[in-house]
Design a protein around this ligand. Structure first.
Ligand code: SF4
Length: 327
C-alpha cells in the first residue's frame, strides 16, 4: 500500500498530483477529497481498502449497456470525492467520511469476486479515482485472474495516473455533467476541460460510455446536450450516451426532470450519436437497435435483458458491427 502521485513541498506540505485539484496539503490536513492526508510531510491513505459498499449488480445499473449485457458484476464503493456536487445522489458516502466502512484487501476482493461468480469488479458508487492506489492494486490481481475491471467515475484525473488506470480498465462510464465551464467551476468545483481531456485519452483504450444527469434549468437545454453529443461523436459516434433523470437530492430542491425533457434531449443527442439511452425513467424500454438497419439487437426492460439480434458481434439482419462487447 504505497501512496503514489504526490511530492513533498515547502513547510512540510505535500502536493497531490492525482487529480486536477492538485491539492497542496498542510501537515495533518486532508485534500479536497477528504481521503488523502498529509501525515508528517508524506501522503498517507487512511482509507486504503476501506469499502462503504459491496454488492453484486447488473452491469446495466452502472450504467453500461454495451459491455457484457445481462451480466452481474461485483461492485464496490468507497468514501470521499474530488467534486462537491450539490445534487450528489450518493452524498452519504461521497461527503461523509465517517460513514461505516470495512477493510477488504485487494486479494480478498478478487477472491470474493470468484466466490460470487462475477465476471469482474466495478469500482463505483462514490468516486473511485481518489482511491487509485487500491483500484490499481486490485485491478492488477483481477486481470491476472481473467476478470474484467470497470470504472464508474467523474473522469477527474491527471494525465499520468490516467494512463496507468486506463491500462488496467476494460470499460468505464464517465459522468459528463455539463458543457458549461461555469457550472463545473461554481456548482461542482471542477474544470470541464480536464474531463474532456480524460475522455479524449480514454475513448480508444477502453469500452467507454458517458452519462449526463439532466437537471432542469441547469443543463437541460437541447443546445447544450447537442454540443456534448457533437463532442462525443468527434471521438466516436458509437459511444453510448446515457441521459439520466435527476431527482431532488442533497442540497438541490429543483423538481425532478420530466420525461418529456429527457425525450427532447435524447432527440438532440441522436443528431450526432448512434446510441442514446434514457435512465432513471421507470419501466420504459431502453433497447439497442442496429444504427444501420434498425434491427433490435438488445431488449431491456428494467434489468431484464435479452440479446436478440447479434451473432459473432454483428447484426443478424444486415451484418453491421454491433459495437457491444461480450456477446
Ligand atoms: S485526489 Fe484528493 S488530495 Fe489528490 S488532488 Fe485530488 S482532491 Fe486533492
Amino acid at each position: 500500500m504505497n501512496p503514489r502521485f504526490f511530492e513533498a513541498a515547502e513547510q512540510g506540505k505535500v502536493q497531490c498530483h492525482l487529480c486536477p485539484n492538485n491539492c497542496l496539503i498542510a501537515p495533518g490536513r486532508f485534500g479536497v477529497c477528504r481521503v488523502r492526508q498529509n501525515r508528517e510531510g508524506t501522503l498517507e491513505l487512511p482509507f486504503y481498502g476501506r469499502l462503504s459498499a459491496v454488492a453484486t449488480d447488473p452491469i446495466e445499473k452502472k450504467p453500461l449497456y454495451h459491455f457484457y449485457p445481462g451480466r452481474q458484476i461485483l461492485s464496490v464503493g468507497f468514501v470521499g470525492c474530488s467534486f462537491h456536487c450539490p445534487f450528489c445522489q450518493n452524498h452519504h458516502i461521497a461527503h461523509d467520511t465517517s460513514y461505516p466502512t470495512e477493510y477488504i484487501s485487494p486479494e480478498k476482493l478478487v477472491e470474493l469476486c470468484r466466490q460470487r461468480d462475477s465476471f469482474g469488479i466495478s469500482y463505483t458508487y462514490s468516486e473511485p479515482i481518489v482511491h487509485l492506489e487500491y483500484v490499481l492494486d486490485t485491478a492488477i490481481l483481477a486481470r491476472e485472474q481473467g476478470l474484467k475491471n470497470v470504472l464508474v467515475s467523474n473522469g477527474y484525473i491527471n494525465a499520468e495516473p490516467a494512463e496507468q488506470l486506463l491500462d488496467l480498465m476494460d470499460a468505464a462510464n464517465i459522468d459528463f455533467k455539463s458543457w458549461n465551464p461555469e457550472f463545473y467551476r461554481k456548482e461542482i468545483g471542477g474544470n470541464v476541460e480536464e474531463v474532456k481531456r480524460f475522455l479524449k485519452q480514454a475513448y480508444d483504450k477502453i469500452n467507454l460510455e458517458v452519462t449526463t444527469l439532466a437537471i432542469p434549468s441547469k443543463n437541460d437545454s437541447s443546445e447544450e446536450i447537442e454540443t456534448i453529443a457533437r463532442f462525443l461523436a468527434s471521438l466516436n459516434p458509437d459511444i453510448p450516451y446515457h441521459l439520466s433523470a435527476y431527482y431532488p437530492q442533497y442540497r438541490y430542491r429543483i423538481p425532478p426532470t420530466p420525461p418529456s425533457t429527457l425525450h427532447r434531449l435524447a432527440e438532440a443527442a441522436r443528431q450526432h450519436l448512434n446510441y442514446v439511452y434514457l435512465g432513471n425513467v421507470g419501466s420504459e424500454e431502453t433497447n439497442t437497435s442496429c444504427p444501420s438497419c434498425g434491427n433490435l439487437l438488445v431488449r431491456r426492460r428494467g434489468y431484464s435483458v435479452v440479446v436478440k439480434g447479434i451473432e459473432e458481434g454483428r447484426c443478424v439482419e444486415c451484418g453491421a458491427e454491433a459495437s457491444i462487447a461480450g456477446v
